[in-house]
Design a protein around this ligand. Sequence first.
Ligand code: NAD
Ligand code: 6OH
Length: 502
Amino acid sequence: MRIAVGTSDTSISGGSMRLVDNFIAGEYLASASSRRFDKRSPLDDRVIASVAEAGRGEIDAAVGAARAALAGEWGALTTEQRVDLLHGVANEITRRFEDFVAAEMADTGQPGHVMRHVFIPRGAANFKVFADVVKNVASESFRMATPDGQGALNYAIRVPKGVIGVICPWNAPFMLMTWKVGPALACGNTVVVKPSEESPQTAALLGEVMNAVGVPKGVYNVVHGFGPDSAGEFLTQHPGVDAITFTGETRTGAAIMKAASEGMRDVSFELGGKNAAIVFADCDFDAAVGTIFRSAFLNTGQVCLGTERVYVERPIFARFVQALKARAETVKYGRPEDHDADYGPLISQAHRQKVLSYYRKAVEEGATVVTGGGVPEMPEALADGAWVQPTIWTGLADDAAVVREEIFGPCCHIRPFDSEDEVVGLANDTVYGLSTTIWTTSLARAHRVAARVEVGITWVNSWFLRDLRTPFGGSKQSGIGREGGVHSLEFYTETRNICVKL
Ligand code: NAD
Ligand code: 6OH
């Protein structure tokens, strides 16, 4: 049965499989070379979708469509007209809410309540919030003196950058993609999106929304495939792409930066992290345990802002380790649609192998395994899924690979500390700088430590609370640039200065 244009169902020996096609100039097109790849369910490793892989020809067509849209109907719209269309996109996502929830659950295997309450609503909000920011932003203007006494007026206008290449990861696919597409379109650009090969469905579905709302053809294009020697790399190499925004691994960011240097294209990067939680003895203990449990294990640890290093002031160290262990041992494994399940599989078997290799390495490096460290026993139907146990270690040296490298899994190492200076040094002893959480009831200490940790975002007594209008991004190797509110305009527009002699 054909249930959707971009993600139609086809029958395969006893099950059903979706056909996910590239979306170019408002139409769903299978790859010209008929190359397709399988998308497997993280729950049980079953093939759930056959995805068209874009080659250089499709990338060329998508970039061409995006350039034509800039020069055509889209480029001629007023800001108000664009804003209205993007509000329509948000409303249509909300109308098709359950379709987006289902597509994202199928791709990631994560619990439905996280999709329903966080990822999909935030995806819709990304279109409204950035449309409103662009509508309300003022441009600067200076009246300057001139020798003839008449003066001159300097003012700035913002123009779209052009065609934006948008390359996305799989961990919160719809939210992270719309966080780029929303501001890009609000600013008047057009986009070619390359979703992760592990999560192609919601990006494909968004094409239907764009068509339903009347967004001109070619404004939003989607090309599927992998990174190196595939759609991702081809997109970054295409000279018709004016700038590239990317969320993913730091190593991939370095490869994209090289490609972008050809033609001096601008980049915006949200990259990896090795985020620390700093827990002082005067904290609200239960709140710290409860929230660090979420920050380490939500989405099976596959959150860029997740905590993989926990530093706890010595007087409460042992109690904290026991409390976090007890909490970690309560997770309920299950399918996304199981109402009481709060813990899903990792995204893929390949990622599971990587995470399990760190579980082994931790033991080799001398860790005490407080809980987990392996693979849970699952019922027969889920036995082939990418499941791993939530894992806590203590006792590792500060230079252990497990303490220094991003694992991107449901695991953390807990280490005691004795002073504020010591813990700030430990937290900063990393090449990454995305986020930190600080747990204390001392207001002065919270401000003091927050100003010293070298990260883009610090939460005090909380985690993952962020108004979309605030700046988000990483320091050091965790990113380049800031996304959110007016800060996104720095990347998605170019500022022109106009000087009028009066
Ligand atoms: P990844 O870097 O492997 O892949 C991300 C995307 O880049 C995919 O679409 C992939 O196909 C593409 N890609 C890979 N190589 C490429 C190349 N050479 N040229 C062009 N495109 C290429 O990352 P992932 O495994 O999908 O996601 C997990 C990573 O993302 C983690 O490191 C995590 O920390 C990071 N992340 C960061 C943030 C943030 O905001 N800082 C948010 C989410 C995820
Ligand atoms: C996911 O990996 C990071 C998500 C961050 C946010 O959605 C946010 O708005 O801070």
